[in-house]
Design a protein around this ligand. Structure first.
Ligand code: HEM
Length: 417
């Protein structure tokens, strides 16, 4: 353990401060001496990476907003101005645009980590649900940000997605007109998207505070899925977790920088370098890669209302995961069948993503229907039933035992001795 259990102010000023606003004490107890399971592997570093990405997006976004003009007549050109005339504007924009993609990449890894190790199970349900809310907020923020450059894809993505609300019986049309601020996607739409795109990241930051608060109440899960029982099972957050988080963050930033400096437009769509034109519909309207699995689910259903309902349900169902998975064992390391089902589910999500980028015709639609069916089948049938019928492996008595006697620790925990 690093030093004292409780914060000891080092000088007169910190003593004075601590009696009035004990921020240093809070940081000390939450990020220095906080007991962390000693067997955490690198999959536990993505929460920190996500926090870093949120900060990057907010900082670059604020500077971009100083040069961007939220008006249909100027938006496209103001982005070109940022790229060409603003000092390091090209860098700011590429860091922000690719940052959105890296943010989602980290979020998906973070979520699948949670699914593999059962981090959503009792007592972490609220923590998980706050995560699902964060995902929803990220989806909304990313979508509105994509509209701002006012290119062809921006305009048509805004048109297609906002039009989905028209499927709601009775009030659908009224909702769409209200969202647009008129009778088509236009200047009022762009301005409100700009306003919300600026606001939502701060809402996300607020929910992240709740997310981490909830985490500190219940403590971190770990690759064994069993709770720490003694001091031997934990280490202090600093330096053990901090150094690991920092190392992975550097690796992550190398990949991020690779995109920013070597292929900054690889993840985007060429059509978004054509100014928005309501009179010309692009051949294929494709969202960014991180929305593709949901887009495939939307298009797999022939009926518009049902498609929109399936899209909403595919995200909402995540919130019920803590109750749909009936197994008492958390970690997939001790659940041989679940481990296989988990990887099938990952493959299905990747398959849906691939199909989301394909035209909605012929075999692609049929494949998307099969995978969409499987997506819901996984949550509604496989998980509840598997929890009842699966024969799980014996759990170690403690985290430290799982490290010291690897034979009983399950495979691939990435634990260190
Ligand atoms: C802005 C997005 C997010 C941020 C900044 C964030 C941040 C964090 C941090 C710092 C941790 C602790 C470190 C770690 O376990 O990696 C954490 C844990 C966790 N997060 Fe997130 N998170 C975000 C999104 C999500 C999402 C989308 C979900 C799931 C739907 C989620 C579910 C969880 C769970 C279950 C844990 C506990 C993991 C464990 O202890 O095993 N988070 N998050």
């Amino acid at each position: 353990m690093s030093g004292h259990e409780t914060y000891q102010p080092q000088n007169a000023f910190m003593k004075w401060m601590e009696r009035r606003l004990p921020i240093a004490g809070l940081i000390y107890s939450s990020f220095i001496v906080y007991p962390t399971p000693r067997n955490l592997n690198y999959w536990w570093t993505f929460g920190g990476i996500l926090t870093f990405m949120l900060a990057v997006q907010i900082v670059t976004g604020i500077v971009l907003a100083m040069h961007y003009t939220p008006h249909v007549d100027f938006a496209f050109n103001s982005v070109e101005l940022i790229m060409r005339d603003v000092n390091y504007g090209w860098l700011l924009r590429y860091v922000h645009a690719n940052g959105a993609a890296m943010f989602f990449l980290a979020a998906y890894i973070h979520m699948f980590r949670g699914m593999y190790y059962g981090s959503y199970k009792e007592p972490r349900e609220i923590l998980w649900i706050l995560g699902v809310i964060l995902l929803l907020l990220m989806i909304a923020t990313g979508f509105m940000g994509y509209v701002l450059p006012w290119g062809q894809m921006s305009f048509w993505a805004a048109t297609v997605i906002t039009n989905l609300f028209s499927a709601i019986p009775g009030v659908g049309e009224a909702i769409v007109t209200w969202l647009w601020g008129g009778y088509a996607v236009g200047n009022p739409t762009l301005q409100r998207f700009y306003s919300l795109h600026y606001l939502l990241p701060f809402v996300i930051a607020g929910v992240v505070v709740l997310h981490i608060w909830a985490l500190h109440v219940v403590g971190q899960n770990n690759p064994t899925g069993i709770d720490p029982k003694s001091e031997r099972d934990t280490v202090s957050f600093t330096p053990y977790a901090t150094i690991k988080d920092a190392f992975m963050l550097v690796c992550f930033c190398i990949v991020y920088a690779w995109f920013v400096f070597y292929m900054p437009n690889y993840l985007g769509h060429a059509d978004n370098y054509i100014p928005a034109n309501p009179a010309v519909t692009p051949m294929h309207i494709v969202p960014e890669w991180y929305y593709l699995p949901f887009y495939a689910i939307l298009r797999a259903i022939p009926n518009k209302l049902m498609g929109v309902a399936a899209l909403g349900a595919s995200i909402a169902i995540l919130a019920f995961l803590p109750w749909l998975d009936t197994s008492r064992v958390r970690s997939a390391n001790y659940r041989p069948l679940y481990k296989q089902v988990f990887w099938i589910f990952v493959a299905v999500c990747i398959g849906l993503g691939w199909l989301g980028a394909k035209p909605a015709e012929g075999g692609y639609v049929i494949a998307a229907r099969i995978l969409t069916f499987y997506y819901f089948f996984h949550f509604l049938v496989i998980l509840p039933v598997l929890g009842w019928v699966e024969r799980t492996k014996p759990l170690p008595n403690s985290i430290s035992e799982s490290i010291l006697t690897p034979a009983r620790s399950g495979s691939g925990t990435g634990t260190v001795t």
